[in-house]
Design a protein. Structure first.
Lengths: 93, 465
């Protein structure tokens, strides 16, 4: 129970941090914000890595492998496309 | 090499901090590139330290997954046209949600390996949450992708009793969740839950029309974050919880902004079936004998005498791929001493910030892109407004007709400018399905045709003067 309250505390505080930081993002950057934050939500990749690597059963390894594929698409694609977009917003001198 | 859990968690903390700094960087175009790179660095650190986890016995499947996913992700990200960005964001959201569902499922199965230690209540409840939210996110995103790509009809798909069907599906999901919490060893229930939630995800998005996609994509973005956070509760992993809640918060903020910009509640967007084809009898009364068609030459003359011009882009500009032609027009007018700015409505296009990305792609400086509140007071001092493929966001009925479906929606008040030129194929209604009195206003000229072709003809006409 103590553990649960600790992680719940972290969850709630992180939501507040998220609101504070993201409210300040201007509308012109809303699309990169979505793709960039989306890449961050690909953090499930670390859970996927462990499932794919521990080899408990064939089923968990398969699920883990699929999850690694999905999450890697999310992470690699998300950061790359965000970078591509943001480069376009750079001031052209 | 194995690392102690403390070291691993410390590195995860650094990763989470980098994510926060990364998002903070996105608050200004100047710092945004660095912000994104900081986020990517955080991810890299988290992945590397995870690879050193003591329980990992083989890297075969991990590396294979990296290669397959990395190639697909990189090709999608590098090849995609900027006009197709909404679809891509939808797909990425979906994969994030799908990954969370799979990881939670695998974690549930792994608990069977240690029958002596039953999974905690926290774990089972969050596994259920992860399965439900993740599956809804995955399939909802796939339908959103289908709609944006034109594979699924953009119009809302409605049927009798649809709200009841969705509520029943949600109740079944929750009941299955209850069963899983009661007996975590019946893992089949988890996959039934995922299947039912998948159907729910499809049914939630399919009745939503194309122009409401900005809200849906922002909401799915939030869901993908919440699914990751739920998986964090499953694995008792702080970095997942922190990142997931950051993304969840981001999606909620964007959803809220989009809803406000349409003066509609989230419930109305999700369940209202906005954008069904409605025949409006009033269209003839409004347009009859009052619509004035014009030619590129006439508009060129208007622009020749103008000191300030505002361009209002809409989804029509994206469809016609007219952003580069618009850039040429922008440069031509600026070189002739005209002040040119762009008025961006928050829900113009198919996702938050869609128009900004297209115009940035065409090298238009971001300080020329003005938000609604900033540009509205300047319309009375504007000589010519060019409305390019936008409709509902400039419809004065939003302010004058309390019974209109868009009543109360904040609009770009272009009708206050001296002259309004509307480039549009026909008088067909926009997404809201209602006529637009702006087209028949005394100071409005209609330039009928394809957005890109008309802008190019306009450029040619100006150069000939």
């Amino acid at each position: 129970m103590v553990d649960f309250v600790t992680v719940l505390t972290i969850f709630v505080l992180a939501i507040f941090v998220g609101f504070e930081v993201i409210t300040k993002v201007p509308p012109i950057l809303h699309t990169p914000l979505m793709s960039g934050s989306n890449a961050i939500s690909g953090i499930t990749i670390i859970g996927a890595i462990i499932s794919a690597g521990t080899q408990y059963t064939t089923l968990t390894t398969t699920l883990g492998f699929l999850a690694v594929v999905f999450a890697t698409i999310n992470v690699v694609g998300g950061f790359l496309v965000t970078h591509r977009m943001l480069e376009m917003f750079k001031r052209k001198d | 090499m194995t690392l102690s859990p403390q070291v691993v968690n410390l590195v995860y903390l650094i990763a989470a901090t980098l994510f926060v700094f990364g998002l903070k960087g996105l608050t200004h175009p100047r710092t945004a590139v660095r912000g994104n790179l900081l986020g990517a660095l955080g991810m890299l650190l988290a992945v590397v330290v995870t690879l050193l986890h003591k329980d990992i016995v083989t890297y075969k499947y991990i590396v294979a997954g990296f290669v397959v996913g990395g190639v697909i992700g990189a090709v999608l990200a590098m090849k995609i046209a900027m006009t197709a960005m909404p679809q891509l964001v939808a797909v990425f959201n979906g994969f994030g949600g799908g990954a969370s569902t799979l990881v939670a499922g695998a974690a549930l199965i792994e608990t069977q390996m240690t029958p002596g230690i039953p999974p905690s209540l926290q774990m089972t409840v969050s596994t259920v949450a992860s399965g439900l939210i993740g599956a809804v996110t995955f399939w909802g995103s796939m339908i959103a992708f289908g709609k944006l790509q034109g594979l699924v009809t953009e119009r809302p798909v409605r049927y009798k009793g649809e709200q009841v069907v969705k509520i029943v599906l949600l109740l079944i999901s929750l009941y299955l969740g209850y069963l899983i919490v009661q007996d975590p060893y019946q893992t089949t229930n988890y996959w039934i839950l995922v299947a039912v939630s998948s159907v729910l995800g499809v049914l939630l998005v399919i009745p939503i029309g194309g122009a409401d996609m900005p809200v849906v994509i922002a909401l799915l973005n939030s869901y993908s974050g919440l699914a990751a956070a739920a998986t964090g509760f499953v694995l008792n992993n702080n970095v997942l919880i922190i990142s997931g809640s950051l993304v969840g918060a981001s999606g909620v903020i964007l959803t809220n902004i989009m809803c406000k910009a349409m003066n509609r509640s989230l419930a109305n967007v999700l369940f209202g079936g906005f954008g069904e084809v409605q025949e409006s009898a009033a269209a003839d009364d409004i347009y009859e004998g009052k619509v004035k068609a014009t030619s590129p030459e006439e508009v060129a003359m208007l622009l020749d005498g103008a000191r300030r011009v505002v361009i209002v882009p809409g989804y029509g500009m994206a469809v016609a791929q007219a952003q580069h032609a618009v850039r040429d027009l922008f440069h031509l007018l600026e070189s002739r001493g005209v002040e040119v700015e762009f008025a961006i409505h928050p829900v113009a296009g198919r996702m938050p910030g869609h128009m900004n990305v297209l115009l940035a792609e065409a090298d238009i400086p971001y300080d020329k892109l003005k938000e609604m509140d900033e540009i509205n007071p300047t319309f009375p001092q504007t000589d010519v407004v060019i409305v390019l493929g936008a409709n509902d966001v400039v419809n004065p009925l939003a302010k004058t007709d309390p019974n209109s479906p868009i009543a109360g929606m904040p609009i770009l008040e272009v009708d206050k400018a001296k002259t309004v030129v509307v480039i549009k194929r026909s008088l067909s209604p926009g997404f809201a399905g209602i006529p637009n009195p702006l087209f028949a206003a005394d100071n409005t000229l209609m330039l009928f045709g394809d957005a890109k072709k008309m802008v190019q003809e306009l450029i040619a006409a100006i150069k000939e003067m």
